[in-house]
Ligand binder design. Structure first.
Ligand code: ADE
Length: 349
């Protein structure tokens, strides 16, 4: 187990040092105490992402054999697939501290330098949403990642002097939903880059059963299967919905989670048979009804829905693209035939 998990919030004057609990402004959902308790602590307990896990296990073992630290790691993929969980596991397996922050929390160079200069030898420094780091802060990361040093500049113009401060050799883990927004100098400084995929129904069934056991909840095979099918390929969603279904089953069906109790509980949550949320459905219906099936630009969809473009691109679209409900073309988004079928609407082609 790692000794400590230290988190840095948006309030830069406040440095919290808490054992086992991580809080961070932009990853509240991800890091709530309950989700942390369902999180696997080792790769042995971790289900899915087989290639990524294998790559990381080899890198960790090799680093340990050479008594070196790991290369910097960039993890890419939609929210909820395990980027944070994997960082916790790496820290545990390397028996090092994990220090957590996020791109938007690092507003000034000093915010980053304050963290870097406090890192110990081999510590794991996790930056969530690394694509949202301001450019001015990002520039301090380059020498930190490459030479384990930060350059302080004193005075301006001809009087400018710089002082190089040596850092301990740390491991940066960057997590991003949008690798395309990372500058190439930053991207190129990561030795390991992996994209996480959506989970299969079979993998989610195993995760749900494991979580149900931790939560002391009895779940039938059909119940686990139904919940897995409606979890958008995402363990975080599966674990969150499991809790709602557990509440429902406790009150309405003697505590046992069955296919029927999953169906009834998820109907109340507004989750349909494919696991689509009301935002997913609104997004698709906007393309179908408002823009006659598309093609339509993302900005136009966002304006019609009065939603942030980033939410649609990061949260809504990846799964809809994965299951073939929406198509991205050079002229914009189009609803697929599958989307029309889902809403029992005749395609207007
Ligand atoms: N809980 C959340 N994600 C998990 C995973 N990938 N394996 C096991 N349990 C999990």
């Amino acid at each position: 187990m790692s000794d400590d998990i230290i988190s840095y919030s948006s309030d830069k004057t406040h440095l919290s040092d808490k054992k086992g609990i991580v809080t961070s402004i932009n990853t509240k959902d991800d890091l709530s105490a309950e989700i942390v308790s369902l999180r696997p602590n080792s790769f042995k307990e971790y289900i899915g992402q087989d290639d990524t896990v294998e790559t990381l296990k080899i890198a960790i073992q090799a680093a340990k054999m050479r008594s070196e630290s790991l290369d910097h790691i960039l993890l890419h993929g939609p929210p909820g697939l395990g980027k944070t969980t994997i960082s916790h596991i790496i820290a545990n397996e390397m028996e090092k501290n994990l220090v957590v922050t996020s791109g938007p929390a690092l507003e000034k160079g000093g915010d980053l330098i304050g963290i870097l200069t406090n890192l110990g030898e081999g510590d794991i420094f996790f930056i969530d949403e690394i694509h949202r780091i301001p450019k001015i802060v990002e520039e301090f990361l380059y020498p930190a990642m490459e030479d384990f040093a930060v350059d302080f500049i004193f005075d301006k113009g001809i009087h400018a002097r710089s002082h190089r401060y040596r850092l301990k050799q740390f491991v940066l883990i960057g997590a991003t939903t949008r690798v395309g927004l990372l500058s190439s100098p930053l991207r190129d400084r990561f030795g390991l880059f992996r994209t996480l995929d959506f989970y299969s129904v079979e993998q989610l069934v195993i995760i749900i059963k494991r979580s149900a056991a931790i939560l002391d909840t009895i779940i039938s095979e059909n119940g686990a299967n139904e919940l897995a099918r409606r979890s958008r390929g995402t363990p975080r969603i599966a674990n969150r919905l499991l809790k709602r279904v557990r509440d429902y089953s406790q009150v309405k069906s003697h505590g046992r989670v069955t296919r029927q109790s999953v169906q009834a509980a998820l109907e109340l949550e507004g989750i349909d048979g494919l696991g689509l949320t009301s935002l997913d459905r609104h997004y698709l219906k906007t393309i179908i009804d408002f823009y006659k099936g598309g093609p339509v630009g993302i900005e136009a969809i966002a304006a019609t829905l009065q939603e942030e473009t980033d939410t649609l691109v990061d949260v809504v679209e990846p799964f809809l693209l994965k299951i073939g409900m929406v198509l991205r073309t050079s002229s914009g988004r189009r609803a697929s035939e599958k989307a029309y079928l889902h809403f029992k609407i005749k395609p207007s082609l």
